[in-house]
Design a protein around this ligand. Structure first.
Ligand code: FES
Length: 120
């Protein structure tokens, strides 16, 4: 899904934030509203790479995290659902074990250009 497809979301080409706004290994959340609809995405930084997803588990449609910016388990290798312990691949969003096994987080298309994270 393109970030610009989210109701109330950013326009294509809009700068979301500089890469340096996100601590390596952590994420930044963005909340968008259109009428009664509220959608949240998070952008995870892994070194100079970024991965963006809707913050909504595919099985219960609730956020993965409980603390701002913290989406990975202790090793930092996987996303984890803080409610159920389900693990997700950071690069693909696929659930590797847990109630949503085999399902995937909804990825959000973004670009990294000149040190800025940009909505597609
Ligand atoms: S909400 Fe789906 S694994 Fe926790």
């Amino acid at each position: 899904m393109k970030a610009s497809d989210i109701p109330g979301g950013p326009k294509s080409g809009e700068i979301l934030c500089p890469l340096t706004d996100i601590v390596d290994g952590r994420a930044k959340e963005f909340i968008y509203r259109a009428g009664d609809e509220v959608r949240e995405i998070f952008i995870q930084r892994m070194g100079n790479e970024v991965y963006a997803y809707e913050n909504s588990c595919p099985h219960a449609y609730i956020p993965l995290n409980m603390n701002a910016g913290v989406f990975t388990e202790k090793s930092g290798k996987y996303f984890i659902c803080q409610n159920h312990g389900a693990l997700f691949d950071i690069k693909t969003g696929q659930c590797l074990g847990g109630p949503c096994n085999g399902q995937s987080l909804t990825s959000v298309e973004i670009n990294l250009k000149d040190g800025n994270i940009i909505a597609c």
